[in-house]
Design a protein around this ligand. Structure first.
Ligand code: ATP
Length: 258
């Protein structure tokens, strides 16, 4: 099995810290993410996984009283640099949330192409072509191709989540963050999303928070194990799930802790 040592590093967290007021939720995380890999983050509830993920595209700072320290380098450039445009950061590091959140007043088509429209693309044929490509990548095209003008919210939960994935992919982000994207879905919808992740990783780097260790083991190339804001262990998923270095990781994956 590949250890991905030839793959280019696309995103790096360096001594990344996060606070809510005086409470430190993320405590100095340093890690590299390689291009076209799936990276899982696992750990007990409340250990800072979502907060850490939200620091990787500067969404954390939107919460009142929240702040960060350290650096996140996207293709070598610190996204926390004062000169950096936050909107551009969030375009290049996309996000899919736990609960599917299609824009309620928009059709399926408009949901997918909203990011392109905001970039000034208005030609209908270009938007339709882009929508088809993204909906195919999100494994939703066959189910919606005859009803692109129906409301996004008319779809099932699993379809809505795939619509949100298509929407995130439309602006071609090199990195896609996913925060428990299947936890609100049934096993069939979950399996569909796991399948499409193998397609997504041909072009994108994915960082996914999941509570489901079988899911992490099945779909990810690398796994990080977090406890109380610290990263206890990070490595190839094949090692973490079969031969972890740290006792705490072993206890967690074997269900003795957390
Ligand atoms: N808006 C907030 N204000 C204050 N504290 C918060 C806020 N959001 C999260 N926290 C705290 O920060 C810590 C980390 O929370 P976070 O949601 O990142 O954990 P998590 O590992 O993603 O948890 P879970 O697996 O349960 O989703 C927790 O102690 C939580 O109570």
């Amino acid at each position: 099995m590949s250890n991905f040592s030839d793959a280019k590093v696309i995103l790096e967290a360096k001594k990344l810290e996060a606070w809510f007021g005086d409470f430190q939720a993320v405590k100095g995380i340093t890690v590299d993410y390689r291009e076209k890999t799936i990276n899982a983050i696992i750990g007990p509830s409340g250990c800072g996984k979502s907060t850490y993920l939200r620091c990787l595209n500067r969404i954390h700072e939107e919460i009142e009283g929240a702040r960060t320290a350290g650096e996140v380098l996207l293709e070598g450039k610190n996204i926390y640099d004062k000169k950096v445009d936050v909107v551009d950061v969030r375009r290049r590091i996309g996000m899919v949330f736990q609960k599917p959140n299609p824009f309620p007043s928009m059709t399926i088509l408009d949901n997918v192409v909203i990011g392109l429209r905001l970039q000034g693309i208005s030609k209908r044929s270009t938007l339709l072509e882009a929508a088809e490509v993204c909906l195919k990548k999100a494994a939703l095209w066959e189910e919606v191709k005859d009803k692109l003008n129906s409301m996004g919210t008319s779809l099932s939960g699993g379809q809505q989540q795939r619509l949100c994935i298509a929407r995130a992919l439309a602006v071609n982000p090199p990195v896609l963050l996913m925060d428990e994207p299947t936890s609100a879905l049934d096993p069939i919808a979950t399996a569909k999303i796991e399948e499409l992740m193998n397609e997504i990783k041909k072009e994108y780097t994915v960082i996914i928070v999941t509570h489901n260790m079988q899911q992490a083991a099945r779909i990810s190339d690398f796994t990080s194990f977090f406890v109380y804001g610290n990263m206890i262990e990070h490595g190839l998923s094949s090692d973490i799930f079969t031969n972890p270095k740290e006792k705490q990781t072993e206890d967690y994956i074997s269900g003795r802790f957390g």
